[in-house]
Structure formats: C-alpha cells, structure tokens
Design a protein around this ligand. Structure first.
Ligand code: MG
Length: 258
C-alpha cells in the first residue's frame, strides 16, 4: 500500500531530511585517512541525538549502528567497524533519521583524497543518474519512468546497475511501497501521485551488476570486486514536480549570511 503524505507531513520529513543532510556533511568532514568507520558512526549518532532525532537504522531489523558505511567495493549496508579509511577510498555513507515520527533517508559516496579518474567518473555518473530519476518524479509519470531514467544514464556510461537492490517509499516507515528499481520500462509500475514520498537511490558499480551478502548478514559487495557508488535523496512528489527533502539548510536559513 502506497502512503501519500499530507503537506504537513512532507514539511516534517523535510525537517528530518535537513538533519540527514547535515549529518552526512558532518561525517564527510571527518572522513580522513586513519579514521575508522565505527568512529564516524559515533560522530553521526551523537549529532543526530543532540539535534533531537533518532537514527532510524539503529535496531532496524537488528542493524547495530546509526549509519551504514560501505567502503570501495561494498555497495550498501556496511556495518561500521574497525575498517580504517585510506587515501583513494570511496566511502558510502547512508543515513536515515526519524524526527517527530517522520523519516528521511539519504546517501552520499565520498572520495578520499586523490581518487582515480574512473572512480571520480563513477561518482559523477551516479549523481547524474539520481538526478535524472528525480526529474521523473512527477504526477502522471510512473515508477518505471524513474527506473528507466536512472538506468539509461548508468549504462550509457558503461557502468552497471545493481538489480537486486531498490529504492523505496519512505516517510512513516523506513521502507514503504512502492519499490523503485534502478532499471525498468517507461510507463510501467505504480503511477506517481502528489503526496508520494520516495527514496530514489541508484546503487551502481564500475564492473558487473552482481553482488553478494557478507557473513555478517548485512554488508553487500560487488561480486567482481569492482568499485561501487550510492547516491540517494528522499523526494516528495508535488503538483509542481519533485521536491528534494534531504537538502541542508541554505546558508541564509542557517544564519551564516548577514
Ligand atoms: Mg538510505
């Protein structure tokens, strides 16, 4: 069942989303060679709670941490631990926050120091694919239009879409209907209507599309060891088009401008 949100709920999700964006930015500032992913998680966890939020992933189906942090060939759901960040790494950070009962979800892949030109291209293409998907999130379109738009950008660049992982509805729960695959046929799937709120999240690889689940039952990595990238926004479908809910406050709103 797809849950359409009221404008009031969407505003609440945007407040959660601002906090998600701020948390990811804060983690990003600390992603430096030598820091462990569990230290990054602690920084995020403390900040989220100081701001009155709850990290949605902690305890979700038994997940033990406030963030998912996935290095290099790990695509998603990495459990923060003793992995030490190195120069040249790609570090994917995925954060969901519950604030006043509403949830927003976003992810960014950071490059650490000097990364290869191919790694940079993977990051650029993943963001471009996410944005192409978001552009389709309008009333009258279908889930398949988002899926196809993402797929076209990724495959035209010679990269692969991970097919076993999908975006999703979000808002009152962490994972709601509909599923939002990153490949598909235009005009297919659920029709998009105002008030729907979706996590649009291409998960892509520089090699093949296949992935495997680690023994920890969470972490998912590329089968061929190729690099992965993951960019995600929570988006509301409004009459006038998509509204991204997981953006940081503008500098003016944050009081940084006179
Ligand atoms: Mg997420």
């Amino acid at each position: 069942m797809i849950i359409r949100k009221s404008l009031r709920e969407i505003e609440g999700m945007a407040r959660a989303g601002e906090l998600v964006a701020e948390t990811i930015a804060l983690v990003g500032e600390h992603i430096q060679p030598g820091i462990t992913t569990v230290e990054l998680d602690r920084i995020a966890d403390e900040f989220i709670r100081e701001q009155g939020g709850v990290p949605t992933s902690k305890g979700y189906r038994g997940f033990p941490a406030a963030t998912c942090i996935s290095p290099n060939s790990m695509v998603v759901h990495g459990i923060p631990g003793e992995y030490r960040v190195e120069d040249g790494d790609l570090i994917s950070v995925d954060v969901g926050i519950t604030l006043d009962g509403l949830i927003a979800d976003s992810a960014v892949t950071f490059g650490v120091g000097e990364i290869t030109s191919e790694a940079q291209r993977l990051l650029d293409v993943c963001q471009e694919a996410r944005d192409a998907g978001i552009a389709q999130a309008r009333p009258g379109k279908h889930v398949g239009d988002i899926s196809r738009a993402v797929q076209v950008v990724v495959e035209a660049a010679g990269f692969s879409v991970v097919r076993s992982l999908v975006g999703h509805g979000v808002g009152r729960s962490y994972h709601e209907d509909p599923q939002v695959p990153n490949f598909g046929e235009p005009g297919r799937g659920a029709s998009l209507q105002t008030g729907m709120t979706l996590a649009i999240e291409p998960m892509i690889t520089a090699g093949g599309p296949d992935v495997y689940l680690h023994d920890d039952e969470w972490s998912i990595s590329t089968q061929d060891g190729s690099l992965a990238a993951h960019f995600e926004h929570t988006v509301a479908i409004l009459e006038e088009g998509p509204r991204i809910l997981t953006l940081a406050k503008t500098p003016a709103k944050a009081g940084l401008l006179p």
